[in-house]
Unconditional design. Structure first.
Length: 116
């Protein structure tokens, strides 16, 4: 999240995209990518929630910052809050499903999976 936000701030400070139509759709697309990465992190980690919840916190603050007068963009704020909700709800549900599936495996299968 910090990489996306810092790159956007740097490009904005250089005047890239001033008056153009593409910054808002690109910002919304990057928020969607962040949500996919967060859900992928939940899946890859086997249901650990630390990283996705930290990403949700960062995405939520992007929404807050886009409602400030000097940086106002309602579409980006709505997309950020939507992505934040998707990350939180999706990661919690995915973690629950992964843990439930893992707990239902027979003991020998768990032990065998841990050795490989």
């Amino acid at each position: 999240m910090a990489t996306i936000a810092n790159t956007a701030a740097l490009l904005g400070s250089w005047g890239v995209g001033e008056g153009a139509d593409w910054p808002v759709p690109v910002a919304i697309a990057l928020l969607a990518v962040a949500a996919v990465i967060a859900l992928g992190t939940t899946w890859y980690s086997g249901g650990h929630l630390g990283m996705p919840l930290a990403m949700a916190w960062g995405v939520g603050w992007i929404g807050v910052s886009r409602l400030e007068p000097g940086n106002y963009s309602q579409p980006v704020a709505i997309a950020a809050y939507t992505a934040c909700g998707i990350i939180v709800i999706g990661s919690v549900v995915l973690a629950w499903v992964l843990r439930r599936h893992r707990d239902r495996q027979p003991i020998p299968a768990r032990a065998q999976g841990a050795e490989s």
